[in-house]
Write a protein that binds this ligand. Sequence first.
Ligand code: ZN
Length: 132
Amino acid sequence: MTKTFTVPSSSRQQVLDITDEVKEIVQNGGIGSGVCMVSVPHATCAIYLNENEEGLVHDVLTLVNGLSRRDNWYHDRIDQNAAAHLGAIIVGNSVMLPVEGSNLVLGTWQRVMLTELDGPRHRRINVTITGQ
Ligand code: ZN
């Protein structure tokens, strides 16, 4: 089963905590035990699992920008967003989590974080659950 929801970003780069939206889908998904994949069908945003702490969120963007920003990417000849594509490749476009008791199994500090790299835009998030 795959359910989709949409999240609006409000700036060029932004990290948004989407854990509660994913949890709600998993809790209503009718699957007690299994696996949940959260993915984005986009080329310039990404998803990771980690702590939602303001300083860390800032550090994530600094790290991604440090790795992806450059003046002469070939893709910039088309639409000037090569760094956003490359940042999305580095961070990745999905995360996978166990489901137990119709709930996401997350560590104490783990949250599902959507990483906007070429906003503001509306982003679709797919939540796929499999199990029994
Ligand atoms: Zn592009």
